[in-house]
Every structure is written in structure tokens, then in C-alpha cells.
Design a protein. Structure first.
Length: 298
């Protein structure tokens, strides 16, 4: 954990090799749609290895949330397949899948007036029932919500709900103080409603899961956080096709992002402290209208 005012956590380098394991999540030529003739994902192929931290980036409507739903087995693709450890996610044993793969939706919600403790307990469907109270308490402590265990979930702020959803996911794949090696955590914009301190703490926690041998895949929009956190980046274009999937240092560059988003980007600073920012309309050579490349050492 980090305190307000401390520097961002130092994650393993983006080029660190994935940990050896058979538990690889793979999408193979996946296409998916909600209405016939209007595909959201088109022939998406990607692999997510144990020990990697993958940020999924792309414009609005590119299919990022749909990709995570398909990877999690929540939505079946119309074409292609998703496998985990070689088993089809859509047809494998649900209890095994629940103990191995956790999914955090973009907007965590529950239908009734459950307490936070009860919501976290929902994640333990596939777990042994022994020591449930200790496990729930441990997961709430890890996300900084131990003192809110008896609060009604619906009364929490949006950022607190996101942390509660992470606690539920931890309870789902957490066998002891750390998750089982080879597990997968899929998180759709997990820090979008959090203040900077909690966002950094959450990404630090997600990074620790990857360091323990899990594959962590997050949809993110904050390019600075993505650059500091991700080991790999998958870019989805507006057409729902993969634009690039590689090491973060190969993808998070002004020219690549400018081509993806259709706006010029500027790199401010150098080294680990460098940030990527879009140029305001009329700024620089290309302004708002094109994928120009700008660099600054300010």
C-alpha cells in the first residue's frame, strides 16, 4: 500500500517475461455482436499469459467491455473461441472456472440491500466453506474497506463500489494470502471512479496479483496509469479489430496512439516520469485533426 504523497508503485519492467504456466487465456479469431450485421468484435486473437499486466485501450465503442465479457464467458462469441488452459471457457465446468477466473464489471451493482460483507461472500461460490469469515475480512482489508463491512452496498460511493467488487473478485480466486498461480482477473475500468490515491493502491494490488502468477487484464482510459502499470497493451480500433498487442513500451508511443485515437499526442518528460497527453485543438502542427507526433522534455 502507498500513502498520499508517495510516488507511484514501482511495478516490474514492461519487458519482464511472463511466468511459466499452462494457465493461458486465449481468444482465437473471436467475433461478437449484439445485433446481426453489426459486429462489435472482429476476428480478435490475443493471449494473456500468467504474470502479465495487460491494459486494453481504445476509443469509445471499440468493443473493450465486450471483449472482457467474452473472455470471462459472460457472453458467447458468434465466431471463434476463448480457452483457458486449453478448455473452452463457454463449455467448461462452471465451478472450476469460478475458482480460476474472476470478472469485475464496469458498473458493479447488486439487486437488493446486501451488506458489503454479503457481497464479498458471493465471490466464494466455488470455494471451500471453511474459514469464510476470515477470508472475507482479509479481502476487505486488502481494499481498505474493513470498517465498512456492515454497510449496505448501495450506500457506497462509486469508487468504494469498485473497491468492493475487487474484494469480491479476490475472495473468488484467493486461496490464502495470495491468489492461486495461474488465475485470471478481468477488470473493466476498475479505477475510473477512484481518487488518485485509491487508484494507485488498487493498481498496486492488481500488480501484486500478476507478480504472484495471475494474468491481470484491465480496460483503462488513463494513459498515464496504463504506462506506469501495464507490462503489455492491447489496442482495439473502432472497427473492433486488434490494432496492436505488444509490450507496453512498444505500444504507448505518440505515433501509435495518435493513429489509434485520431488526435495528436505529446510526450512530456523523460524516462519513468514521462506522460502522454493529447494536444488541445489548434496546438502544435496538427492540432485536433490528426495523428501528429510531438515530444517535449518540459
Amino acid at each position: 500500500m502507498i500513502a498520499v504523497g508517495e510516488v507511484a508503485p514501482a511495478f516490474p519492467p514492461a519487458w519482464a517475461d511472463p511466468l511459466p504456466s499452462r494457465m493461458t487465456l486465449r481468444a482465437q479469431q473471436v467475433s461478437a455482436w449484439y445485433e446481426p450485421g453489426r459486429p462489435v468484435l472482429r476476428e480478435v486473437s490475443a493471449s494473456f499469459e500468467p504474470g502479465t499486466r495487460t491494459a486494453v485501450l481504445g476509443p469509445n465503442g471499440a468493443g473493450k467491455s465486450t471483449l472482457l465479457r467474452v473472455l470471462a464467458g459472460v457472453m458467447a462469441p458468434q465466431q471463434g473461441r476463448v480457452t483457458l488452459d486449453g478448455a473452452d471457457v463457454g463449455g467448461t465446468d462452471r465451478r472450476w472456472l469460478a475458482s480460476t477466473l474472476a470478472y469485475i464489471a464496469q458498473f458493479p451493482e447488486v439487486a437488493f440491500a446486501f451488506t458489503l460483507r454479503e457481497v464479498v461472500a458471493f465471490g466464494m461460490y466455488a470455494a471451500a466453506r471453511g474459514a469464510a469469515d476470515e477470508r472475507i475480512a482479509r479481502c476487505l482489508e486488502r481494499v481498505g474497506l474493513a470498517d465498512r463491512a456492515e454497510d449496505i452496498f448501495a450506500t457506497l460511493s462509486a469508487g468504494q463500489r469498485q473497491r468492493a467488487a475487487l474484494a469480491r473478485a479476490l475472495a473468488q480466486i484467493d486461496a490464502a494470502d495470495s491468489p492461486c498461480p495461474g488465475c485470471v482477473l478481468l477488470a473493466d475500468e476498475p479505477v475510473s471512479a477512484m481518487d488518485p490515491a485509491h487508484a494507485l493502491r488498487t493498481l498496486d494490488l492488481l500488480g501484486s496479483l500478476a507478480a504472484a502468477g495471475s494474468a491481470v487484464v484491465c480496460v483503462l482510459h488513463d494513459l498515464t496509469l496504463a504506462r506506469r502499470w501495464a507490462s503489455h497493451v492491447l489496442l482495439l480500433r473502432e472497427c473492433g479489430r486488434v490494432g496492436m498487442h505488444a509490450r507496453a513500451d512498444e505500444v504507448l508511443r505518440p505515433d501509435v496512439l495518435g493513429d489509434l485515437y485520431g488526435v495528436a499526442f505529446e510526450e512530456v518528460g523523460t524516462g519513468a516520469n514521462a506522460v502522454l497527453t493529447p494536444c488541445w485543438p489548434g496546438a502544435g502542427r496538427d492540432g485536433w485533426g490528426g495523428p501528429g507526433v510531438h515530444s517535449s522534455s518540459r
